[in-house]
Design a protein around this ligand. Structure first.
Ligand SMILES: [Zn+2]
Length: 342
């Protein structure tokens, strides 16, 4: 098969479009012919290399995959060759107490397709067959690939962790990012008042169209001052944080008493300092959040099927232009998901 792989860590130039061996599924797995694969920041981290994570080389990235079932073992009863599917990207062991109680994201062996093992920047991918999910009707392959990871993450943050509701004001950082535009919609669906930040007027306008009640330009405006102004000096009840170092301090200060901050990433750096007095004086709660369980992804798929959520595809590149696609993501030029068409 054709695939985009990297044989060493580095910039986008290490990505090579080349011939690679076809994956060989076992009886617990299915083979899927990839039709589209969306980019995530995880792809950039894997390509750049992380100090404490060992990536098997050569490596095929790509966690958000849509495609057509190519092969299933004879034991498989739910899916057959030709079915159009998306894939649950998070993989637990499947039999520990966490996995069996729907918290597979907390499994000690938890990993992600395209990160711990080969993913969807390829013509074929093998996946555990219990991870196949029927593609929502009427959705293109590009759209279907663009939502699982970021929407399940945003759902886990807002519903499972922060338990956001109609009486909450939710601050969503960087609404142009995948988690950002997903969180704006889910917070709105939960009835919350939504404040979103974005980097320019066009992105602010798009955030409003997706449901943000207020927008703040995070380059030109004082985030904290604007939040206080919009909330009658109270602060917000929930912050959806995935930016890290650049925003951590103001995210904590933006919280009202009893507020909840949920963090799922650190795109600008992971080392932050925290004034503990803010946490205890104001009774704040900080939640860590990493992916979601299969049950939560199925809720998200249902919301898409009901037309209550919509994905945003920023741009589509052919597989062989994966390096160009990653360069766009690294430059933060996008609004929504960048997708590879296979
Ligand atoms: Zn497990």
């Amino acid at each position: 098969m054709k695939a985009v792989r990297f044989h060493r860590h580095g910039g986008p130039e290490v990505l090579q479009y080349e011939e690679a061996p076809d994956p060989k599924p076992n009886a617990e797995e299915a083979l899927v012919r990839v039709r589209a694969c969306a980019l995530n920041h995880l792809d950039l981290w894997a390509r750049n290399g992380l100090p404490r994570v060992k990536i098997q080389l050569p490596h095929i990235s790509g966690s958000d995959i849509s495609g057509v079932v190519e092969w299933v073992p004879k034991e498989e009863t739910q899916f057959k060759k030709g079915d159009e599917v998306i894939i649950n990207p998070g993989v637990g062991c499947g039999h520990c107490d966490r996995c069996l109680t729907g918290r597979d994201d907390q499994c000690k062996d938890y990993d992600i397709i395209g990160y711990g093992f080969d993913g969807g920047y390829a013509e074929l991918v093998k996946v555990r067959r219990t991870h196949l999910i029927r593609k929502p009707e009427g959705m293109s392959f590009e759209e279907a690939a663009s939502f699982p990871l970021v929407f399940e993450t945003a759902y886990h943050m807002l519903v499972t962790k922060a338990r956001a509701g109609p009486r909450d004001t939710v601050l969503v950082l960087a609404a142009n990012s995948g988690v950002g535009f997903a969180a704006v919609q889910i917070a709105k669906l939960l009835g919350a008042e939504v404040i979103a930040t974005a980097g320019d007027a066009e992105k602010m306008e798009r955030a409003r169209k997706l449901g943000a009640d207020h927008t703040i330009n995070h380059y030109k405006q004082d985030l904290l001052g604007e939040v206080k102004e919009l909330t009658g000096q109270q602060g917000v009840d929930v912050v959806i944080e995935h930016v890290g170092k650049a925003t951590w301090e103001s995210s904590l200060k933006a919280l009202a008493k009893g507020g909840r901050l949920v963090t799922c990433g650190a795109t600008t750096g992971a080392e932050v300092s925290t004034d503990l007095r803010y946490i205890y004086n104001r009774e704040l709660t900080i939640y860590g959040s990493y992916m979601a369980g299969m049950g939560e992804l199925l809720q998200v798929v249902e919301l898409f099927s009901q037309g209550k959520l919509k994905t945003v595809v920023d741009s589509v590149y052919p597989l062989k232009k994966a390096a160009e696609a990653q360069t766009r993501m690294e430059a933060s030029k996008h609004f929504g998901k960048i997708v590879l068409k296979v």
